[in-house]
Ligand binder design. Structure first.
Ligand SMILES: C[S@@+](CC[C@H](N)C(=O)[O-])C[C@H]1O[C@@H](n2cnc3c(N)ncnc32)[C@H](O)[C@@H]1O
Length: 385
C-alpha cells in the first residue's frame, strides 16, 4: 500500500477519523462539480479486490461519526430533486415575477406556509436607487480612458483607485477577489462599455432567485442556481433619504443605513467589516473627521425596492455587504451591494448580517426595542437587535 490507501489503513489502525468531501456534478460550476464537506468518518474495514482493468484495488468502509450536523450532501440531493424547470412546475407559486419584468431573469414568489397563500405586496419594484425629494447625487467623476473593456490595470485610472488592480476577476461574469472598504467601479464618464468587468455590480440580477415564505421570518430569498463566492447577488435599492427623515415610531423593517465610513472606522459600536484599509488621500480626511453621529443617509425600501428588501438576517450569513462607488465618489452615499461570502448551493436561504448593535434600537420614548432572531445558526445571538 502507498499514499491514500496507506493513509486510510493507518487511520483505521490508529483510530484517527478522516474528513470526507464529496463531489457532485454541476453544470453551473466552472469546474463542472460542487464539493460538499460531509463531516468526520471512522475507517472501519478494508479489503482488496480485482478492479475492472484487472489491477488489485483496495476498498475501505467508512462510517460517519455520530452527533455531527446534518449532511450537506443530503441538501444537494434534495435541491437537485426540487429545482423546477419551468414556471408551471413551481410549487406554491403566488407571483410569477415580483420584478414585473424589470429584471432580466424573473423572480417568482412561492408560499407553502400560509393558508390561503398570499403574495408579497405593498411595494413597487425598482432596479435602481431613487432619490427622495431634496436629495441629489453628486456629479460623476472623470472616468478612465479605456475602450470596450478595462484590461490593463497599469493604464486604467479606475483600477488605480482600487489599489492598482481590478477588484474583480472575469470568471463567472465577474467575481470580487476579496471584500474591500469600498470598490471603485467604472462609471458614466469612463470610456469602457457595459460589459466591462469593473462594472460587475451594475449588471442586475444574474441568478434565478426566488422569494419564498419562511415559517417564522416572513419572506426570504434563495437561489435555484449554485452561486460562487465573490459573485454579486444584487444591490440594495429603495428611496435614498437622510437618516433623520425616518420616523423611529413607524416600525420600518426595510431601512439600510449607508454606514460605509462608520464601518471603516469601527464607529457606533460597528465592527470594522475589514482590517486596515488604505484609502485615497482625500478620503482619509473624511474618515478622520467622521464622528459617531451615525450615518447621514439611508436606503428606505419599505415602499420602493428590489429583491434585496426580502433578504433576511443571519448570525452566520452567506452574503456580505460591499460598498461600491460608480456614478460619484461620495462615500456617505455609496451603493450597497450584497455579494456571496461563500460558494452557495442551490436553495440555501441567502442571508447577510444586519449588523445591529444589541440594545441600540429605541422607540419614540427612548425605550430599548428588541427583536428575536430565528436564523437557526449554531452561534445565533438570539436577537436581531
Ligand atoms: C429587510 S426585511 C427582510 C424580509 C422580511 N422577512 C419580509 O417578510 O419582508 C427585515 C425583517 O425581516 C424579519 N427578519 C429578518 N431576519 C430575521 C431573523 N433572522 N429572525 C427573525 N426575523 C427576521 C424581521 O422582521 C426584520 O425586521
Amino acid at each position: 500500500m502507498e499514499r491514500g490507501n496507506l493513509g486510510l489503513k493507518n487511520c483505521m489502525e490508529h483510530s484517527v477519523p478522516v474528513r470526507v468531501t464529496r463531489g457532485h456534478r454541476c453544470e453551473n460550476s466552472y469546474v463542472g462539480k460542487v464539493y460538499t464537506y460531509d463531516g468526520l468518518y471512522k475507517v472501519v474495514n478494508y479489503w482488496a479486490e480485482k478492479g475492472i482493468s484487472g489491477f488489485t484495488v483496495f476498498k475501505f468502509r467508512l462510517k460517519r461519526i455520530e452527533g455531527q450536523p446534518m449532511l450537506t450532501t443530503n441538501q444537494v440531493h434534495f435541491t437537485r430533486g426540487c429545482i423546477p424547470n419551468s414556471v408551471s412546475e413551481i410549487r406554491g407559486l403566488v407571483c410569477e415575477d415580483i420584478s414585473g419584468g424589470l429584471e432580466d431573469i424573473p423572480i417568482p414568489a412561492t408560499n407553502l406556509v400560509d393558508d390561503p397563500p398570499v403574495a408579497p405586496t405593498g411595494f413597487t419594484y425598482s432596479r435602481d436607487i431613487i432619490c427622495a425629494k431634496g436629495i441629489k447625487l453628486p456629479s460623476a467623476p472623470t472616468g478612465c480612458n479605456c475602450r470596450g473593456s478595462c484590461l490593463d490595470p497599469r493604464v486604467c485610472s479606475c483600477a488605480k483607485l482600487n489599489g492598482s488592480d481590478f477588484p474583480y476577476v472575469h470568471k463567472d461574469g465577474g467575481r470580487l477577489i476579496e471584500p474591500k472598504a469600498v470598490v471603485f467601479e467604472c462609471g458614466p464618464n469612463c470610456g469602457c462599455g457595459p460589459a466591462c468587468v469593473n462594472r460587475t455590480s451594475q449588471k442586475g440580477v444574474r441568478y434565478r432567485l426566488e422569494v419564498f415564505r419562511t415559517p417564522n421570518k416572513g419572506w426570504g430569498v434563495r437561489s435555484w442556481d449554485y452561486i460562487p463566492s465573490g459573485a454579486t447577488i444584487c444591490e440594495y435599492t429603495g428611496l435614498l433619504k437622510k437618516t433623520d427623515q425616518i420616523d423611529p415610531a413607524a416600525d420600518n423593517n426595510y431601512v439600510f443605513d449607508i454606514d460605509c465610513l462608520q464601518t471603516m472606522k469601527g464607529l457606533d459600536g460597528r465592527e470594522r467589516r475589514l482590517g486596515e484599509v488604505s484609502l485615497p488621500g482625500y478620503w482619509q480626511k473624511d474618515v478622520e473627521k467622521t464622528s459617531d453621529g451615525g450615518p447621514e443617509y439611508c436606503i428606505d425600501a419599505v415602499s420602493i425596492g428590489n429583491v434585496a428588501r426580502f433578504i433576511n438576517h443571519s448570525c452566520q450569513p452567506n452574503l456580505f455587504v460591499q460598498c461600491v462607488l460608480s456614478t460619484h465618489h461620495d462615500i456617505g452615499l455609496a451603493r450597497v451591494v450584497l455579494m456571496a461570502a461563500d460558494n452557495i448551493p442551490p436553495l440555501q436561504e441567502l442571508t447577510y448580517d444586519y449588523g445591529y448593535v444589541l440594545d441600540s434600537v429605541m422607540d419614540r420614548d427612548g425605550k430599548v426595542k428588541q427583536m428575536a432572531c430565528y436564523c437557526g445558526a449554531t452561534d445565533c445571538r438570539k436577537r436581531l437587535f
